[in-house]
Design a protein around this ligand. Structure first.
Ligand code: PMP
Length: 285
């Protein structure tokens, strides 16, 4: 991703792709003082763009890091970047971090908070699992307690266990891993929320220690519009056996059916297909 043509917005300027670099002594690289967003632009419009910019600002605040740009400026930056690259359809990555500065220790109040917006063309996050149904491994890593980390922030530090979980899953031929939370309840995948279907109702973990995804909230609204009951609650591992359908939601994942988690199988059923199709239509409308 480093050596290619393109344009990235960095601290208020559009810079050539290859020049969008940071110094080795960037605080974020040493101490994970970084928050980011993943968004998708469909036919020239970023889906729920303002919600993503607001979450970025909030994630910064949760890390005691005020991003020195307004929502309007972040919105402008995203569209300027897309225009400079000539993209109508792209994944958008906004990222804010503590840069290099006068502090090299853990405290970093004298280091600037920086912001960049990049993008790239990204097809199906889970490849052909998008239609066939993804296979998920079960991770040995647990989503941490809200007392140990600001779990509602989309912060780089929360992804260390996700990368390890996903690597372990891919080594077993799976697309991703499902993670339990610190109490042992079903939580989410490494970059997407999870839903289950049983007897015509939907069950999804209560997002009390992981990201309440923007796609998740959109999909809950779509289900409610269809008068389908959504149960947001704690889900025990023993319940996996009884669920009929399962899907993941996320900006990158969109709505991806799940065919298998560990040894439990799910059908790619009517409700899963309907919600996946309706989401596709909604984001492009
Ligand atoms: N959980 C995690 C860990 C994620 O990285 C993401 C992707 N941002 C999600 C859930 C889904 O969030 P969203 O629907 O806002 O993309």
């Amino acid at each position: 991703y480093e050596d290619r043509d393109g344009t990235i917005w960095m601290d208020g300027k559009l810079v050539p792709w290859r020049d969008a670099n940071v110094h080795l002594l960037t605080h974020a690289l040493h101490y994970a003082s970084s928050v980011f967003e993943g968004e998708r632009c469909y036919n020239g419009t970023i889906f729920e763009s303002v919600k993503h910019s607001e979450r970025l600002k909030k994630s910064g605040q949760l890390l005691d890091m005020d991003i020195p740009w307004t929502i309007e400026e972040i919105e402008q930056a995203k569209y300027d970047m897309l225009k400079a690259n000539g993209w109508d359809n792209a994944y958008v990555r906004a990222i804010a971090w503590r840069g290099a500065g006068d502090d090299m220790g853990v405290a970093a109040n004298r280091n600037p908070v920086r912001l960049a917006v990049a993008g790239w063309e990204w097809g199906n996050y889970y490849g052909d699992a998008k239609t066939k149904g993804a296979r998920l491994d079960i991770s040995k890593w647990k989503r941490p307690s809200p007392e140990t980390i600001p779990c509602q922030a989309k912060a780089a530090g929360l992804y260390m266990i996700c990368t390890m979980s996903k690597h372990a899953a891919e080594a077993k031929g799976c697309s991703d891993a499902m993670m339990f939370d610190y109490r042992g309840y079903v939580a989410e995948a490494t970059g997407a929320n999870i839903f289950f279907v049983k007897d015509g109702e939907v069950h999804t973990p209560k997002p009390d220690c992981f990201l309440n995804g923007i796609t998740r909230q959109t999909v809950i609204g779509m289900l409610e519009d269809r008068q389908i009951k959504v149960n947001e609650r704690h889900i025990e591992p023993s319940e996996l056996e009884g669920f009929e359908q399962c899907w993941l939601t996320g900006t990158a994942a969109e709505v991806t059916p799940v065919g298998r988690i560990g040894d439990y199988n799910f059908e790619v059923g009517t409700m899963t297909r309907e919600i996946a199709d309706a989401y596709e239509t909604l984001v492009r409308s």
